[in-house]
Design a protein around this ligand. Sequence first.
Ligand SMILES: [Ca+2]
Ligand SMILES: [Ca+2]
Length: 428
Amino acid sequence: METSAEHAIHIGMEREFTVNQERRLAAHALSSHDEVMAPGHPVPWKSPVTVTIPERVSGNIESLPVADTAAALGLGPRAGQHSPLMRSLTRLRGGSLMESMRTLALLFVVAAVGFPAAPSGAATNPTPPAVTFDTDFDGKVDFTIYDTNFDGVFEWPSGSKSFRGDLEVAVPVVMEGSVAITADSIAFDAPLSSAPGAPLGNLTLSARDGFGSIFITGDTDLTLTGAFKATAPSLIALDASGGGATQRITAKSISMTSLFSTVYVVNFDTDVSNPLVFLSADSISLVGKQADAGLDVEGASLAARKITLEVPAANSTFSQINVSESVLTTDPARTGRPSGDDIILSGTRSDNEVRNSVVDSGHNVVFKTWTSSTNWCLHNTAVEANGGAGIIDVNAVRGEVRLDPSEPSTLTGRISSPKKVVNADCFQ
Ligand SMILES: [Ca+2]
Ligand SMILES: [Ca+2]
């Protein structure tokens, strides 16, 4: 019976069973493993379910360690053709049937426990790879995703999911439908995509813990018909700096809001001629909400009808906007959109900076700062408002717009308050 302990570990992990019309488990939680497995207390499954036993399983039932497996399943260490385990397997063999959850659960536990490898030359049809998440570290699986088409990318199901603890996804994921995820912290560290030809509706990521963060660091290719929204108390990082990853989000609207830390939309390894982070939407809004919240845009292309970068009216020197090696544009000639509205850069206490970048608006470019004497600093940057016909609005800058003479910038447009624009380096 030495394999029982190993089997029991797998079984303990398979506490949630769900069934869809294919052979895989999909999304319906039962209250407990015991309830599923208790002999004589099957949990009825009310609708027809088609079950196909993978060839790898059905072709190897004879080599199943029946006694050990049965014992591990709580069915008693009975072997032979008339043991409960063998009766269940025999009934499932060969295809389609209506069955109780108990038998289905048993099948999948058996699949999880594993059969001996198919003999050489036998047909193989393995069960789909699965990845489980135990976000609250209580030893029980909270969520499972599957790669049902065996392409190496795990399908994240549509719908809302709330996790206790931290969700960290380290395998490639494709999302479908509309997805909402709430967790203390959220991290997608491997490629994240929507299915080609099947754009997402909305994608909402919410970190809730006191210091909860959201990280997306792998190759990212998301197309949404609705809103991409990320909200976290602490850091939000759309960070493509790892291994030259490219990150692309196209949506109706894109908003990323940090309460008290920094929103990073960055690839630190590239420059303005070769951005690796691409945000495209009708409206793009990067917001810092409370004191100390800041924004950092680097190696990125932001293309929208309207772009707003805004930090709060706080008196914190940590609250700062940095834009470098990036293109911010609402110019229809660049965005391909029918019209272009303002680009609003609304800074606060610290000196806010645009360096080695292009700020090209289809309408006006609006610079603001919330606190007295606070400047916007431009280095080697081209600012253009509607091809020169728009306004570069600096009225709401409490300090000055400073053009660093050692790294000249160009302003193309009507400057609302020319006296506020001076040739000076912020850091002198
Ligand atoms: Ca858990
Ligand atoms: Ca897949």
